[in-house]
Design a protein around this ligand. Structure first.
Ligand code: IPE
Ligand code: IPE
Ligand code: MG
Length: 252
């Protein structure tokens, strides 16, 4: 990447990027291989993107690994994916720690198996002190499910008198979301040519910028990531305001 592009990303690039890693199945089918072959190839791409974050100034990276809707797939694919997640955590833990990556998981854990949950807990605890990139993995995650679970906890707090109904607002509600410690995503990328968000970070992405690219996830590279970050750095985010002559969005 040219030096001026890197400078522009560093100055105006996104702090939080969220990625809908789509297209693994089609990538495998195109090669006459089973879908799981594509999922394994896709999982291998994650490391390169995570490791490019410090260079690009991306402090938070959130990746969509498995949605609440993905249970609709064949039992064999779901089991293969769960197996892949367990293997991935075991294999990558050391490199993540060495790279100072703090890992968090979002999504509902109730449907996940005990062994996987234990590995997720272990990795979160192991990387708790890491101060580099914040990697969040969305596993059995759905935006609507997250809002419903959050609302349930919020309602419990109201019922117990810990929160008054009039205190429910745009500041307090997100504290109940799985992402409560994370800033909102600035940029959401989806690979594979589909132009939909498939229930990803619904509340959090209200003002995100979007990039939909045709590349299938197993072919997504650090260079393409850099190009998308550069394109983001040239965008004008107004948040509903009108740009002033001085260059800043007015009344933010
Ligand atoms: C994304 O790839 C990974 C998961 C949803 C787990 P897909 O498996 O959706 O790949 P396509 O969309 O069928 O090509
Ligand atoms: C979204 O991809 C979920 C993940 C990338 C984990 P899907 O392939 O499941 O989404 P749809 O079915 O095309 O909407
Ligand atoms: Mg898909």
């Amino acid at each position: 990447m040219a030096e001026d592009a890197t400078d522009s990303i560093a100055a105006r690039g996104p702090r939080h990027v969220a990625i809908i890693m789509d297209g693994n199945g089609r990538w495998a089918t195109m090669r006459g291989r089973p879908r799981l072959f594509g999922h394994h190839a896709g999982a291998r791409r994650v490391r390169e993107i995570v490791e490019s974050c410090p260079e690009y100034g991306v402090k938070y990276l959130t990746v969509f690994a498995f949605s609440t809707e993905n249970w609709k797939r064949t039992q064999a694919e779901v089991a293969g994916l769960m197996n892949l997640f367990r293997g991935y955590i075991r294999r990558e833990a050391r490199a993540l720690l060495a790279n100072n990556v703090r890992v968090r998981f979002i999504g509902d854990r109730v449907r996940l198996d005990e062994k996987l949950i234990a590995l997720m807990d272990e990795l979160e605890a192991m990387t708790e002190g890491c101060s580099g990139t914040n990697l969040t993995v969305a596993l059995n995650y759905g935006g609507r499910d997250e809002v419903a679970r959050a609302t349930q906890r919020l309602a419990e707090d109201v019922a117990r008198g810990r929160l008054r109904p009039e205190e429910v607002n745009e500041e307090t509600l997100p504290r109940y979301l799985d992402t409560w410690v994370l800033p909102d995503p600035d940029l959401v990328i989806r690979t594979s040519g589909e132009a939909r968000i498939s229930n990803f970070l619904l509340w959090q992405s209200a003002y995100a910028e979007y990039e939909f690219v045709d590349t299938l996830w197993p072919d997504f590279t650090r260079a393409e990531f850099g190009r998308l970050l550069h394109s983001y750095s040239r965008r004008d985010r107004r948040f509903g305001a009108v740009r002033t002559a001085a260059g800043g969005a007015a009344a933010r």
